[in-house]
Design a protein around this ligand. Structure first.
Ligand code: KG4
Ligand code: ZN
Length: 342
């Protein structure tokens, strides 16, 4: 019998403020994972400026892709498919990666596979946990999305809960700005919270009526802003570390409660975290403890695979590719692409 050939994916990600490229073998093994971050540039403005993001992607994308191939020690001619994020995200940013992937595919004849960004985040778990197979429940918590997803099979998703307003990462970023920590707020709150008391201030844990898996974070964000305003009005000192720890605790409580409820209701004892907020240390600890208590297997990617990267896009593209998915040269950026939609 002929040996099964390895499948090499060249992946490209440019949906927000990271220009990234990676080479991934058989969906699970990362041969290279190059990320050119624009964070320092956007910090000046307190958030991502879409036009600046697009311009920076255009500047960086060729060298990032070349570096990904070089670090992997792989020639373009050895690549089986090109995986590229085509949505959701900032349209101008997405277009850079999509146009680049199409140009390489056209010039080389290598097949093209368009990937959903959130599918990429979920698939980061396949790299981190070699034995993870669907079905499992995945809590996706990023700067733009908060989804509770039943992963039925590779490429088959059922969204059972989502945020009604702010995404979890967005709430972290807005609260960090209010405390004066700057952008991006998530990692800064994470760090500061370690010095604070998570029970110092009680912030609300919102429930959405008749939708047990949906989330709402605008209430807790407003409660923090009101608390800070109240302190300023009364001339009381603000203990920033306590505010950070108490806010983080409120968000983690809700995320853990919803995820564990889903695991129980669906009878799927496997839970994975994904997205930038999945690198939050308090969330990881709280979810780990809850999973241990309930006898649930818990999976999470390393921090570098939680925030935007192309290795996760390569993992997702691999499973689409072996299932026969191909994108045409008419592939376009879809800023509000829904998970599971092609
Ligand atoms: O997944 P990601 O890199 O980009 C999107 O697809 O949105 O997520 C970025 C988000 C930002 O809101 C950032 O503040 C948050 O993830 N984040 C964190 C942490 N690291 C990144 N939030 C909480 N704790 C962290 N350690
Ligand atoms: Zn992302």
């Amino acid at each position: 019998m002929e040996d099964k050939k390895d499948v090499l994916i060249l992946a490209i990600e440019s949906s927000c403020d990271e220009t990234a490229s990676a080479v991934v073998k058989n969906g699970r093994e990362v041969l290279s994972n190059v990320i050119s971050s624009q964070i320092a540039l956007h910090t000046l403005y307190g958030g991502v400026v879409p036009e600046i993001a697009s311009r920076k992607h255009i500047e960086k994308i060729n060298e990032v892709i070349q570096e990904a191939l070089d670090q992997a020690g792989v020639k373009l001619s050895e690549i089986d498919a090109i995986g590229v994020t085509y949505g959701p995200g900032l349209v101008g940013a997405l277009l850079v990666g999509v146009a680049e992937a199409k140009a390489i595919s056209y010039a080389s004849g290598i097949p093209l596979v368009g990937v959903h960004h959130i599918e990429g985040h979920i698939s980061a778990n396949y790299i981190a946990c070699k034995d993870l197979e669907p079905p499992f429940i995945c809590l996706v918590v990023s700067g733009g999305h908060t989804h509770l997803v039943v992963v039925r099979d590779y490429g088959k998703y059922e969204i059972i809960g989502k945020t009604r307003d702010d995404a979890a990462g967005e709430a972290f970023d807005k609260v960090a700005r209010a405390i004066g920590l700057g952008y991006p707020g998530g990692p800064k709150i994470d760090r500061l919270a370690k010095e604070g008391n998570p029970n110092a201030i009680h912030f609300p844990r919102a429930k959405v009526e008749d939708a047990p898996y949906d989330f709402s974070f605008s209430g807790v964000k407003s409660a923090v802003l009101n608390y800070l305003n109240g302190c300023h009005m009364k001339g009381e000192p603000v203990v920033e570390a306590d505010v950070a720890a108490s806010f983080q605790n409120a968000v983690c409580d809700v995320l853990v409660e919803h995820a564990i409820q889903a695991v129980k209701d669906y009878g799927i004892p496997k839970l994975a975290l994904a997205g930038g907020v999945a690198s939050n240390s308090a969330l990881r600890e709280a979810m780990k403890a809850a999973c241990e208590k309930e006898g649930v297997s818990f999976y999470y990617p390393s921090p570098i695979l939680c925030t935007d990267n192309a290795a996760m896009i390569g993992a997702a593209a691999y499973y689409e590719y072996i299932n026969g998915v191909r994108s045409g040269l008419d592939l376009n950026a879809v800023p509000n692409l829904r998970l599971g939609e092609r």
